[in-house]
Design a protein around this ligand. Structure first.
Ligand code: GLY
Ligand code: MN
Ligand code: MN
Length: 478
């Protein structure tokens, strides 16, 4: 600071040049090249170019995929090949969406691509060309730019100086036991099958490896619920609100998985009835019911999807408890329908019937239960406009491209994984419900594996009854 302050008369004339730089009229020393255009390293600076490619130790980075994942993907490709004989199949990992300017959203590889490859590399393409006995699969990847290449320092997308050392094509080929070629050698075939619906159908039955991934995602999610329960009192006392709890879960998901599997929903009090309350920017106040819909996506990208509604404070109010008890009854009725042989939508109708009867008992249905349950009625759906569940896997709403007769109209089979998630949503400005129910939203959501004998509740470590939830929440409260 002090050497920029000079006495009047001691200021050197503008433009005086010293070996150290230019001294401005204000007496500030500027670098010798001030005012000139900064050199473009790749074009203007042979000195830099001669130096930058040298002196780097070899880095061997293994492909980030284990052998069990690679074997599962090979099995998936075999099923895909059998489903589309004689057709050329092209699956792409995709590229990150632009966020603004030259900043992108975090990249997350396409689920079909991951299912068929277990590779999550941005820009990668899988090509399966048909032959008499099936398909030959080749993976095309953008190679990392290594020392000696211009992009090593010049490409912010692929240059290892920018993005860190990455697995090369050889490492990927070894890990996946697949031929791997550089992306720029790919000549796009013209006759390509649209495999979206076929893949959706194939992805519906999970194999043992996938079930293991879903178990891990659910277990990590249970840990995330415990972490959030442990922070509720702190969030309330410090006025930190929903944002803090969202951040708590998302940090947990990032640490113990790949991240949240969908936008975390933390809705307290009047936000709880808002189905997709992903803004998570409100307060968390004592006495409110707090709806938490949160799922960890494992590093393999399989995700959990779990919801509990917990009291903020020691216990539910009478009105919150009344709503919770009815949702619990609907949840139990729905889960009881999850078994092989039953139709997928049985659990939806079972849950809905319990809700409709309960709403009628409370005087909230303007018609009889039978009229409400008829397709042309559905008056009870005012308080639950969403469905009661969905398939779960690499996508939170998995297998969404399957037709009705393969999804809602299909029989449940062992190996399917789905959510059951009834709820009641009484908005704060809903004048059809008594004031004590307004602003209460309750959902119970569990992840179920269909087994030969019935089902297994993967998220069963979390209680579903109001009292059990109160005790669970207080056990983790700090
Ligand atoms: N979290 C989204 C859902 O429950 O479907
Ligand atoms: Mn769900
Ligand atoms: Mn959910």
């Amino acid at each position: 600071m002090s050497d920029t302050i000079r006495q009047a008369g001691a200021i050197p004339s503008a433009g005086a040049v010293s070996p150290a730089g230019v001294v401005s009229p204000a007496g500030v020393t500027r670098p010798a090249w001030a005012g000139t255009k900064p050199p473009r390293l790749a074009d203007d600076s042979p000195g830099f170019r001669a130096l930058i490619g040298q002196g780097w130790a070899d880095q061997h980075v293994p492909a980030p995929v284990d052998s069990a994942a690679a074997r599962a993907a090979a099995d998936h490709r075999a099923r895909l090949s059998a489903a589309l004989p004689g057709r050329t199949i092209v699956l792409t990992a995709g590229v990150a969406k632009n966020r603004n300017g030259d900043a992108d959203h975090a990249f997350r590889a396409d689920s079909d691509f991951v299912w068929a490859t277990s590779c999550q590399a941005e820009g990668a393409v899988l090509v399966m060309r048909p032959h008499a006995g099936g398909h030959d699969a080749v993976l095309y990847l953008p190679p990392p730019a290594r020392p000696g290449e211009r992009d090593f320092y010049a490409s912010a997308a692929y240059g290892e100086l920018w993005v860190g050392p990455s697995a090369g094509l050889d490492a990927w080929a070894e890990a996946l036991d697949l031929p791997v070629r550089p992306l720029d050698s790919l000549v796009m075939p013209s006759e390509v099958a649209d495999a979206g619906e076929v893949l959706s159908d194939l992805r519906m039955i999970k194999d043992e490896w996938e079930i293991g991934q879903l178990r891990a995602a659910v277990d990590a999610t249970v840990g995330g619920f415990e972490a959030v329960a442990g922070e509720v009192a702190y969030a309330v006392s410090r006025g930190l609100g929903e944002r803090w709890l969202q951040g708590t879960f998302d940090r947990h998901a990032r640490t113990f998985g790949n991240g949240p599997g969908y936008s975390t929903i933390v809705g307290s009090g009047p936000h709880a009835p808002i189905l997709h309350w992903v803004r998570c920017d409100g307060p968390v106040l004592p006495g409110e019911a707090l709806l938490l819909d949160m799922g960890v996506e494992a590093r393999s990208l399989y995700t959990a999807d779990v919801t509990r509604t917990i009291p903020v404070g020691t216990g539910f109010s009478a009105a919150q408890r009344q709503v919770h008890d009815l949702v619990e009854a609907a949840h139990r009725a729905g889960m009881a329908q999850v078994r092989p042989g039953g139709q997928y939508s049985d659990f939806h109708f079972a849950s809905m019937e319990v809700l409709a009867r309960g709403l009628a008992d409370w005087g909230l249905l303007p018609v009889s239960v039978d009229e409400a349950l008829a397709p042309e009625g559905q008056q009870h759906r005012r308080y639950i406009v969403c469905g009661v569940g969905h398939h779960l896997g690499l996508d939170v709403h998995d297998c969404g491209k399957s037709e009705y007769d393969k999804y809602h109209g299909a029989a449940l089979e062992a190996g399917m994984v789905l959510t059951v998630e009834p709820g009641l949503y009484f908005h704060a400005h809903d004048e059809t419900v008594p004031p004590e129910l307004r602003g209460i939203g309750v959902r119970l959501e569990d992840d179920l594996l269909v087994t030969p004998a019935g089902n297994e509740v993967l998220s069963g470590a979390l209680p579903i009854d109001a009292e059990g939830i109160e005790q669970w929440a207080s056990r983790f409260a700090k």
